[in-house]
Design a protein around this ligand. Structure first.
Ligand code: PNS
Length: 168
């Protein structure tokens, strides 16, 4: 029986912190399904298709690519997890600031489905300070994010934020 974990998120856009978590998750699971929330609560900078495209470009050629799938969902995460016959949600935890939201989300998901467990991995030290939000903010203000996101994401960000009247 293969061990599969679902790694959900908005991925607006995917960062090297996300990729690090996937790599570390693959030490525990046989495969990981990156589950992109089609309509996340917060208004994304990138469309659903763009977010998927950046994920695919970021995992392209990865040595563990065959063990990484990309999926998407609308509606409840637990319904998506059950629909693909998985029972584990994988999430990363950075600092204390993530804890309250993650705790609430994990408990709500457990209330919605007692069959599904959420597993947290601490973000790698190297990526502890990055988030999709801060990456967008830095690029928007003219800063460089090389090494924090894949080259494909860096290119997309530069293109998007150069568009006139574009704000986060
Ligand atoms: O990357 P994010 O924005 O922190 O991801 C949050 C996400 C998309 C995983 C979460 O908002 C989610 O699961 N949304 C789907 C709706 C749902 O199932 N809500 C109940 C649990 S909070």
């Amino acid at each position: 029986m293969k061990k599969v974990a679902v790694y959900p998120g908005s991925f607006d856009p995917i960062t090297n912190g996300h990729l690090d978590l996937i790599e570390r998750g693959l030490k525990i699971f046989d495969s990981i399904v990156i589950a992109v929330a089609a309509n996340p609560g917060k208004k994304p900078l990138f469309t659903f298709e763009e977010r998927l495209e950046m994920i695919n470009a970021s995992i392209e050629g990865h040595p563990m690519q065959s063990r990484i799938q990309v999926g998407s969902f609308n509606g409840l995460l637990v319904d998506y997890v059950s629909s693909i016959k998985a029972n584990t949600i994988l999430r990363g935890l950075r600092a204390i600031s993530d804890f309250e939201y993650e705790f609430q989300m994990a408990l709500m998901n457990r209330k919605l489905s007692t069959e599904i467990e959420t597993l947290y991995l601490m973000t790698g030290m190297r990526w502890i300070y990055i988030s999709s939000r801060i990456i967008k903010e830095v690029v928007m203000s003219g800063g460089c994010v090389t090494g924090l996101v894949s080259p494909a994401v860096e290119k997309r960000l530069a293109e998007r934020l150069k568009e006139p009247n574009r704000s986060l």
